[in-house]
Design a protein around this ligand. Sequence first.
Ligand SMILES: [Zn+2]
Length: 111
Amino acid sequence: MKKLFKCTICGFISEGEEAPEKCPKCLQGKDKFVELSTEDADKIYQSDRTNDIHMEIIALTDKIAVLCKEGLDIKLDPNCVGVFEKAKNESWTIKQRSKAELAGHMTNGKW
Ligand SMILES: [Zn+2]
């Protein structure tokens, strides 16, 4: 089973048999890496996919917001405008909820 090593300077996580010679992010040497415990490594593996899903949701909400703005600019009729306004606000809520969840993951070492 592969091991995970964390850069103590920037937090970069490296996977492999041993720590990299240099951190790919902050360029510090191998001596700045510590091996993660199985428990901490499990958290990272388990959250890897869900973090990707949250990021994809965040990107989709930006797309929804752009579409809503286009719909609002057309101003077809009051009902249509109302639907776009609601969708725009809801996309903001969805985005912020996923961002908050991601921030929670980071704090808990799930990334
Ligand atoms: Zn680093």
